[in-house]
Design a protein around this ligand. Structure first.
Ligand code: SAH
Length: 254
């Protein structure tokens, strides 16, 4: 068995929501020094382009219903590459600990005695909200902000709706595009006004950013008409109304 000094190291690095200037300095430095890089489809192509040509690139992306590489295989690959003594950069969209399964990846590393470092990134919620002009906890509108996953499992979005449908709270939904209609309906059923402002943002922070604003009643239809492309993020709450005044980044006109 190799002694730990011969083992490589894994850097689990958040790449932020897409715009390369939103990388942390630590992420940028590690990208430049990378030996082998594992990345998935949430890492923007502009960021992938920053990886030096000498580094080995491994795409481990996943898309809905199309698991290019199972999570267990990614976990095992990280261990194997580190055991070869290499410096491994695992680049993940946003922040690795926010709906990124980063915890599972380093759990396997820890169990195998592999050294690792975690570099936080700007998560979609904060990056997208900033570029959409939606201050998530503006004091006049929200005293709390919750991040949830809206992923549909066996035909339903299973969330604690009573907890989400509270007044003076902003709800940010990751992976919610397929479940948008169900999410809006459940929030209304559990007590939020149908007039509550809500937005869905396509590819936030990038030049492809598009923001569709409506209410819990109207957002689904508006989003359908807009034919948005993944990834999209949903934001619900009074703060969404502030965009009309505070929106500053409008790369796509019309
Ligand atoms: N770890 C990531 C989230 C991974 S889950 C993070 O911290 O941001 C993937 C979901 O993130 C997508 O389905 C989408 O809801 C959201 N997302 C990521 N980047 C986004 C972007 N640029 N614009 C809109 N939504 C985004």
């Amino acid at each position: 068995m190799a002694s730990s000094s011969m083992l490589g190291r894994v850097y689990l690095v958040g790449a932020g929501p897409g715009e390369p200037d939103l990388l942390t300095l630590r992420a940028f430095k590690l990208i430049q020094e990378a030996d082998v890089v594992l990345y998935d489809n949430l890492v923007s192509k502009e960021i992938v382009a920053l990886i030096p040509s000498g580094a080995e690139l491994i795409f481990v992306g996943k898309s809905l219903n199309n698991h290019t590489m199972p999570q267990e295989t990614i976990n095992e690959l990280l261990v194997r590459l580190a055991r070869e003594g290499r410096s491994v950069l695992r680049l993940k969209g946003g922040d690795p600990f926010i709906f990124g399964r980063g915890g599972e990846e380093i759990e396997t590393l820890s169990e195998n005695g592999i050294q690792f470092e975690v570099v936080p990134g700007i998560t979609a919620a904060t990056g997208v909200a900033a570029y959409a002009g939606i201050p998530l906890t503006h004091r006049d509108h929200a005293q709390s902000c919750v991040f949830v996953t809206g992923h549909i499992k066996e035909g339903v979005v299973e969330l604690d709706w009573t907890q989400l449908a509270r007044p003076h709270q902003t709800v940010v939904v990751y992976m919610g595009s397929q479940g948008l209609q169900m999410i809006c309906a459940q929030l209304i059923i559990h007590g939020l006004s149908a007039e509550t402002p809500a937005a869905i943002v396509q590819q936030g922070t990038t030049l492809n950013q598009r923001v569709v604003v409506g209410t819990l009643q109207t957002l689904h239809e508006k989003a359908k008409a807009a034919e948005l492309k993944a990834p999209t993020l949903i934001i619900v709450g009074g703060v969404v109304g502030l965009r009309a005044k505070l929106g500053w980044f409008n790369p796509i006109v019309g």
